[in-house]
Design a protein around this ligand. Structure first.
Ligand code: PLP
Length: 378
């Protein structure tokens, strides 16, 4: 039985070239980047190279990149840091109901701290309307945070337009681009973002590393306090090897982006075609305007956990939604926010593809899914 991994929105395998680049920084060039001796200097140089690689990939200046422990920390720092730095102006945040929990739970924490948060619901297709975001903006709004692409449906949000409106009104705009950076060309300057989060392990880099882009013009204050690392913007000895890995992963992702996007599109189309042909009733939640790496689909009448267990027995790894809610029977907050019937939500699964998946694998996984759903429905 072949093993087919279709849960790349949860995490991706480290690419061999990334691993190779990281290895010397575990035991040979292991210095503390803050040390003034040779060991430290070499480590520091490696970090600055990675900073350039990350900055270059998203159109930022190296000085605007702050390395973090991943997407979650980048999201927490973006939100809490902006609210703290702007507290003389107001305490209102606008976000959406379909954000990752790294944003939603941070917003709940900020509410406990006295902020008010407006959670804009998406339209039926999972895309948030610009008008609704504008309506939610108030005099005392200091931050708007809208994800670039949703991690459950893949829906691409109108972040450029929203960022432009925020710029006109001098409100900080943050985007959680953890799922978008691996597959979409992004230019933070052209798109007018104040802050952007990204994560290493979603783009064939290592886990436990990410970055926050903080525009030079941002009014923002760091979350972690301590040493003067990251120009006083993120204290703590740097995760050297992982940062090197993130730099290389970002560089190669950007080099191959067009080709990868086409490949992912082809994989998803094949999956949809086989599912549609072989199964009587399926509902596709992923809208046309979406990143090609994600397919969210419901098989009414068959609970997602049963489908996933059967797929796993056949060597196919998929998921029922975001990694945080997988494993618990919580129905997806994203699909519920789209107004989908909870019964349908509970029968929904997510296939997510990467550059490493082949057409043969996806064809086999789709055929197995058809067989499983038809058998379970009987
Ligand atoms: N934001 C989004 C959209 C995600 O998909 C994830 C991970 O699933 C995160 C944030 C959290 O990133 P990390 O796992 O690097 O903390």
């Amino acid at each position: 039985m072949s093993n087919i991994y279709l849960d790349n929105a949860a995490t991706t395998p480290v690419h061999p070239s990334v691993q190779e680049a990281m290895e010397p920084f575990l035991s040979q060039t292991f210095g503390n980047p803050s040390s003034i001796h040779r060991y430290g200097r070499l480590a520091k140089q490696a970090i600055e190279k990675a900073r350039e690689q990350v900055a270059h990939a998203i159109g930022a200046e190296p000085a605007e990149i702050v390395f973090t422990s991943g997407g979650t920390e980048a999201d927490n720092s973006a939100l809490i840091g902006t609210v703290l730095a702007n507290r003389d102006r107001g305490k209102h945040i606008v976000t959406t109901a379909i954000e990752h929990h790294a944003i939603l739970h941070t917003c709940e924490f900020l509410e406990e701290m006295g902020c008010t948060v407006t959670y804009v619901a998406p339209e039926k297709d999972g895309i948030v309307s610009v008008e609704r975001v504008i309506e939610a903006i108030r005099e005392d709004t200091v931050l708007v945070s809208v994800m670039y692409a949703n991690n459950e449906t893949g829906a691409i949000q109108p972040v450029d337009t929203i960022a432009e409106i925020c710029q006109e009104r001098e409100i900080a705009f943050h985007t959680d681009a953890v799922q978008a950076v691996p597959v979409l060309p992004i230019d933070v300057k052209k798109e007018g973002f104040t802050l952007l989060s990204l994560s290493g392990h979603k783009l064939h880099g290592p886990k436990g590393v990410g970055a926050l882009y903080v525009s030079r013009t941002a009014k923002w204050t760091p979350l972690l306090r301590g040493g003067s690392q990251e120009r006083n913007r993120r204290a703590g000895t740097e995760n050297l090897a992982a940062i090197v890995g993130l730099g290389v992963a970002m560089e190669r992702i950007k080099e191959n982006q067009n080709r990868t996007a086409q490949h992912l599109q082809m994989l998803r189309e094949r999956m949809i075609a086989i599912l549609r042909e072989g199964i009587q009733e399926i509902i596709i939640h992923t809208p046309d305007c979406s990143i090609p790496s994600i397919l969210s689909v419901a098989f009414p009448g068959v609970p997602a956990d049963i489908t996933l267990m059967n797929l796993d027995l056949q060597g196919v790894a998929a998921s029922s939604g975001s990694a945080c809610t997988a494993g618990s029977l919580e129905p997806s907050h994203v699909l519920l926010a789209m107004g989908i019937d909870p019964k349908i939500v509970r029968s929904s699964i997510r296939f997510s593809f990467s550059e490493q998946n082949t057409l043969e694998e996806v064809t086999e996984a789709a055929r197995k899914t058809v067989e499983i759903i038809n058998r379970l429905r009987k």
